[in-house]
Design a protein around this ligand. Structure first.
Ligand SMILES: NC(=O)c1ccc[n+]([C@@H]2O[C@H](COP(=O)([O-])OP(=O)(O)OC[C@H]3O[C@@H](n4cnc5c(N)ncnc54)[C@H](O)[C@@H]3O)[C@@H](O)[C@H]2O)c1
Length: 135
C-alpha cells in the first residue's frame, strides 16, 4: 500500500472545496473535479477566500495561502483525476442517480473500498458496482 499523498475529490461545491482545502493545508496533493471550468475556478477562489479569512483571524498565515493553493489542481476529466490517486472522495450533488453514475465510473477507474455503514441511502449510492470491496 503506497503512502497516501494524492487525493482526488469529485465535486467542488460546498463540501468538495472545503475538503480540498483541508487536505491541501495538511500538505497533500489534491485534484478537484467538477463539471466545468467555471465551477472549478470558483472553488479555488472560495478556498483562497477561506484561507484569507482564517489568516485575518490569526488561524493560519498569509504566507501559506499560495503554497496551499499550489497543491490543488483541477480538472473536468475523472479519468485524468484518478490516475495516480491514492484516495478518492465523492462529494457530488445529493442525487441518487448521479451518485450511482459517479460510483459506476469510479468502479471502472479505481479499486473501491466499501466502508461498513448502516445508512441505506449511502448503500444505494454504490449501486451495482463490481470492484474489490472490503466491509
Ligand atoms: N453541504 C453540507 O452541509 C453537507 C453536509 C453533509 C453532507 N453533504 C453531502 O455532501 C455532498 C455534496 O454536497 P454539497 O453541499 O457540497 O453540494 P453542492 O451542490 O455544493 O456541490 C456539489 C458539486 O458536485 C458537482 N457535480 C455534479 N455532478 C458531478 C459530476 N458528475 N462530476 C463532478 N462533479 C459533479 C456540482 O457541479 C457541484 O459543484 C452531498 O451528497 C451532500 O448531501 C453536504
Amino acid at each position: 500500500m503506497p503512502e497516501i499523498r494524492n487525493i482526488t475529490i469529485i465535486g467542488a461545491g460546498l463540501m468538495g472545496h472545503g475538503i480540498a482545502q483541508v487536505f491541501a493545508a495538511k500538505g497533500y496533493n489534491v485534484i478537484l473535479v467538477d463539471l466545468n471550468d467555471g465551477l472549478l475556478v470558483q472553488a479555488i477562489k472560495n478556498i483562497r477566500s477561506n484561507l484569507a479569512l482564517m489568516a485575518d483571524n490569526d488561524i493560519g498565515a498569509y504566507k501559506d495561502i499560495d503554497p496551499v493553493i499550489s497543491r490543488i489542481r483541477s480538472t473536468t476529466d475523472m479519468s485524468e483525476a484518478t490516475t495516480g490517486a491514492h484516495f478518492v472522495v465523492e462529494a457530488v450533488s445529493e442525487n441518487l442517480n448521479l451518485k450511482q453514475k459517479v460510483f459506476h465510473e469510479l468502479d471502472r477507474l479505481c479499486v473501491l473500498l466499501k466502508l461498513r455503514q448502516e445508512q441505506n441511502s449511502v448503500t444505494e449510492s454504490w449501486g451495482p458496482i463490481s470492484g474489490i470491496h472490503r466491509t
